[in-house]
Write a protein that binds this ligand. Structure first.
Ligand SMILES: [Zn+2]
Length: 335
């Protein structure tokens, strides 16, 4: 297990979210920027402002039905500090502030019985699919994507203490040493926004056609969780209207190709989805793209997209018409 990952079971992550996103190309290939100007680190202020704005906007709604209390689960603080002392401190590199000892929040329905929890694992029947689903939401929601390890850690908690922007990480980037000491700003989130993102994600998981066979309907929280997800589904439909985010029968689909998703598009124990990928495999699609100036892992910003759909939309905003106009233009050119 990577020493920087979560303290609880999260030993191997599915890498199926790792299909090159237009904003995740090799950082070293980017045009060099003036690091003196960059040291002002304006991107942190913008990112923090974005996080704060979205928390204020989203919390009245989400906090009305999600527990949201602190859990004990979070990145290993002592290891993060050890790495930062070695590689970040005394280098002049600026990192995102206010990230001390962040913990995941409880995603169960408000007023639930029993212990607080960061996932809905109990509503699924025990077995291989449940294991795969847990890996899937850990890699998609709670962890950053894979990385080369030179500065950014290969998969770590999105709540990891040390966060560096693309510009700042260049100061300590050295292709001879894998420092693995921070996570990318564009992949970071806050406990509150991560909690909301998880609840959104589970709406899509629990509406996959065929998932009902895998649900443990006698789990203590089953009914309250499903009721919560049913009402939240309607909220998401309303938020994204006029775009369609479920198919005509209400099942989860790729929101770009509108092809209905199957359980094996989310998790498939018969193959290693990291290497044996299919166009229909479902990835986490962003409405507003990943960026060092906007927090993109948040409620109401993630949608299921197939690998194919994700490639088609690229960096465009799902709610704007630019990607559709481009496709229409291409069709006109070729017909
Ligand atoms: Zn709770």
């Amino acid at each position: 297990m990577d020493s920087n990952t979560e303290q609880h079971a999260q030993s191997s992550h599915s890498l199926c979210e790792e299909v090159p996103h237009p904003t995740s190309h090799d950082i070293s290939d980017e045009t060099e920027r003036d690091l003196t100007a960059a040291n002002s680190a304006d991107e942190y202020d913008e990112w923090l402002k974005s996080a704060q704005t979205h928390e204020v906007l989203l919390s009245p709604y989400y906090d009305s039905f999600v527990c949201g209390k602190n859990t004990k689960l979070g990145p290993k603080e002592d290891l993060a500090i050890e790495k930062s002392e070695k590689w970040i401190e005394n280098t002049g590199v600026k990192f995102l502030s206010g990230r001390e000892n962040l913990k995941k929040l409880c995603v169960l329905p408000k007023g639930h019985r029993g212990k607080c929890c960061d996932n809905f694992g109990d509503i699924f029947k025990k077995g291989e699919i449940r294991k795969q689903l847990k890996k899937k939401w850990n890699s998609a929601i709670y962890s950053t994507p894979g990385n080369d390890g030179y500065v950014y850690i290969n998969r770590a908690s999105r709540l990891y203490r040390f966060v560096l922007s693309k510009i700042q990480q260049k100061i300590i980037r050295d292709k001879k040493i894998k420092k693995s000491c921070a996570i990318p700003l564009q992949d970071a989130s806050t406990p509150l926004l991560l909690c909301y993102a998880y609840v959104d994600y589970m709406v899509y998981v629990c509406n996959i056609k065929g998932i009902e066979k895998l649900l443990n309907t006698s789990a203590p929280q089953y009914k309250t969780i499903m009721d919560m997800l049913t009402s939240h589904k309607q909220h998401l439909i309303d938020q994204f209207a006029p775009r369609k985010i479920f198919d005509d029968e209400g099942y989860t689909m790729c929101v770009i190709t509108q092809v209905r998703s199957r359980v094996e598009d989310f998790c498939d124990p018969t193959r290693d989805m990291r290497y044996d990928c299919r166009d229909t495999d479902i990835q986490l699609g962003h409405v507003e793209c990943r960026s060092d100036r906007v927090v993109s892992i948040r409620g109401e910003n993630l949608l299921p997209m197939s690998r194919r759909g994700n490639l088609i939309i690229g960096e465009h905003n799902f709610m704007k018409n630019t990607w559709i106009d481009e496709l229409i233009r291409i069709i006109q050119l070729h017909t």
